[in-house]
Design a protein around this ligand. Structure first.
Ligand code: ADP
Ligand code: MG
Length: 269
C-alpha cells in the first residue's frame, strides 16, 4: 500500500477535530476526501505532511511508519499563492534548492511549461496571468517536488465555475500521464466524482470517515458527469446520514462494509 493512515486523532487545544481517521491509498490511485467546510480536511493533510503532530495514530508510506516532516508528500495548501514579485519560472522553482541544483530544476520546469499551459510565460509575473494559469503554476511547483504522493487542498476552490471546470479537465488528463498517487481534499461533490478513483466521505465534529465509494469509470467527460445523478444522490444521502447519526447518537456508518462501486454498469441515458 502506498499510503496507509491508522487511527489518526487530533485536537486543537481542547477541541477534538479528528477521531480515529483511517484509510489507504494505492500506488497511482486518485482518492478524494469529501466533507463539508470545517470538517477537518485541511487538518488531515497537515498531519500527513507533518506540519501538525497527531495526538494518536500512524501514517505509513510503502508500509513504513513515518514521523514528522517527510519527503514523501508534495503539498499544495489551500489558497496557494505565488509571490507577486517573482517571475512564474522563479515561483515554480521555489523549492528547487531543496531537491537538487536550481539550474537542473529550472531546465526541468521549463520543459513542463507547455504541458501546464504556461508556455511563453516563464518570465511573466503572476499579475499577468489568468486565475487558472496561476493555479496551474502553483500546481507545477507542487508537481516538481520529487515526492511520490501529491496532497491537494481544494486546489480550484477560488476559481470561477468555468475555469474550475477547465482545470478539472486538465487535472484529469495530467493525472493519467503523471500516474502519481493523489489525495485531493474537496467539499465539491461533482469534483470528487469527476476526478476520483475512490471517494472517502467525512462527517464532522469530530471528523470520521463514514463511507467509501469506488468510481470505476475510465472514460470520463462532462457528459458522463452530468449522467451521474444516482451516484450524486447516493453520496448526498450518505453525507446526510452521517450528519444525522452524529446528531442522534454519535454513531457512524460501518466503514468496514464493502464499498459500492460505480461505473461498471456503463453509461445511462
Ligand atoms: P476543512 O479543511 O474541512 O474546512 P479544517 O481542517 O481547516 O477544516 O478545520 C477543522 C476544524 O478545526 C474547524 O472547525 C476549524 O475551525 C478548526 N481549526 C482549524 N485550524 C485551527 C487552529 N489553528 N486552531 C483552532 N481550531 C482550528
Ligand atoms: Mg480546508
Amino acid at each position: 500500500m502506498k499510503l496507509k493512515v491508522e487511527g489518526l486523532t487530533f485536537s486543537y487545544e481542547n477541541r477534538n477535530v479528528l477521531d480515529s481517521i483511517g484509510f489507504s491509498v494505492k500506488e497511482g490511485e486518485f482518492v478524494s476526501l469529501l466533507g463539508p467546510s470545517g470538517s477537518g480536511k485541511s487538518t488531515i493533510l497537515k498531519l500527513l505532511t507533518g506540519v501538525l503532530p497527531a495526538d494518536q495514530g500512524r501514517i505509513l508510506v510503502d508500509d513504513k511508519p513515518i514521523r514528522g516532516l517527510s519527503q514523501h508528500f508534495a503539498y499544495m495548501p489551500q489558497n496557494d499563492l505565488l509571490f507577486p514579485w517573482k517571475t512564474i519560472l522563479d515561483n515554480v522553482c521555489l523549492y528547487g534548492q531543496i531537491h537538487g541544483s536550481l539550474e537542473a530544476m529550472r531546465q526541468e520546469a521549463k520543459g513542463n511549461f507547455p504541458e501546464f499551459g504556461l508556455a511563453g510565460y516563464e518570465d511573466s509575473y503572476p499579475s499577468q496571468l489568468s486565475g487558472g494559469m496561476r493555479q496551474r503554476a502553483a500546481f507545477l511547483r507542487t508537481a516538481l517536488c520529487k515526492a511520490d504522493i501529491l496532497l491537494l487542498d481544494e486546489p480550484f476552490g477560488a476559481l470561477d465555475v468555468i475555469t474550475r471546470g477547465e482545470m478539472q479537465d486538465w487535472l484529469l488528463g495530467i493525472h493519467r500521464k503523471m500516474n502519481r498517487t493523489v489525495v485531493l481534499v474537496t467539499h465539491d461533490m461533482d469534483e470528487a466524482i469527476y476526478l476520483s478513483d475512490r471517494i472517502l466521505i467525512l462527517n464532522q465534529s469530530p471528523a470520521r470517515i463514514t463511507d467509501e465509494i469506488v468510481v470505476k469509470e475510465r472514460k470520463r467527460d462532462r457528459q458522463w458527469l452530468y449522467e451521474q445523478g444516482e451516484l450524486r444522490g447516493n453520496i448526498y444521502e450518505r453525507i446526510m446520514a452521517g450528519a444525522g447519526e452524529e446528531r442522534d447518537n454519535g454513531r457512524t456508518v460501518d466503514t468496514n462494509r464493502c464499498p459500492r462501486a460505480y461505473g461498471d454498469e456503463g453509461r445511462t441515458g
